[in-house]
Design a protein around this ligand. Sequence first.
Ligand SMILES: Nc1ncnc2c1ncn2[C@@H]1O[C@H](COP(=O)(O)OP(=O)(O)O)[C@@H](O)[C@H]1O
Ligand SMILES: [Mg+2]
Length: 271
Amino acid sequence: MSSTSDKKADRTAPPPVKVEGLSVAYGNSPPILEDVNFTIEAGEIFGILGGSGSGKSSVLRNLIGLVKPRKGRIFIFGEDLWADNGRHLNESRHKFGMMYQAGALFGSMTLLENVAMPMMEFTGMSRESVITAARVKLSLVGLGGYEYHLPAHISGGMQKRAAIARAMALEPKLIFLDEPSAGLDPITSADLDRLIVTLARNLGIAFGVVTHELGSIMSIIDRAIVLEKSAKGIVAEGAPAELAKRTDQPFVAAFFNRQTMDEAKKASPKQ
Ligand SMILES: Nc1ncnc2c1ncn2[C@@H]1O[C@H](COP(=O)(O)OP(=O)(O)O)[C@@H](O)[C@H]1O
Ligand SMILES: [Mg+2]
């Protein structure tokens, strides 16, 4: 029962992510997103969804501090990413892990070295403890026994797992995933989904996931925002199963039911 009370205690802590009034613009063009607000709570698997060009990757780039918001603020565990002109940016970046779409493992390093590297670089841990910790991370993602393999010598699904182990190197309670199932077959993709759920539930890691894999969305996402290009922001927010029933919002229903807009409009009582 102690873990339950720990989780309750966590609710009083600042959430992993809080986005306030985020606007994103590129160059001198008009903003593509305006006044976006959302929170990712501790331990939840949060989806950033929407059609192509709706701004999902742009939101992610702002969340990880790669791009400075045109307007608004991003708090990571209560700390403003860009406070003091970004002086604490690197510190804040160590509080989350990130898995880019293309795996982002170093090809010339073994899996163990890949996972160990952030620990060697950013912690004062001894080499021995780093190696032990890296082994633990690899076994957590089901790669025990593959420590000395090179990324090129394992499957695509295993590379994704290794990239997640690497994202876990600094023991973050928040991990961002950009299209985790991209390029994976449905079974491997389902495996990866299970892993994400296990890590969220067992280790209390919150996930911010950009995806349009409908199977994943319906089976693992606890809560999501749906972005829409013409709205320049969030058009719906909630649990996927509820969003799929939003017949008053044809775009949202179409997205979750994999319908065309025409089909969704026909199913909608108001259009
Ligand atoms: N680096 C950039 N420079 C200029 N425009 C960009 C840049 N990145 C994205 N955009 C524009 O912003 C909009 C949203 O893009 P993006 O965030 O990649 O959407 P998504 O990930 O949902 O497909 C698109 O219209 C895209 O052309
Ligand atoms: Mg994108």
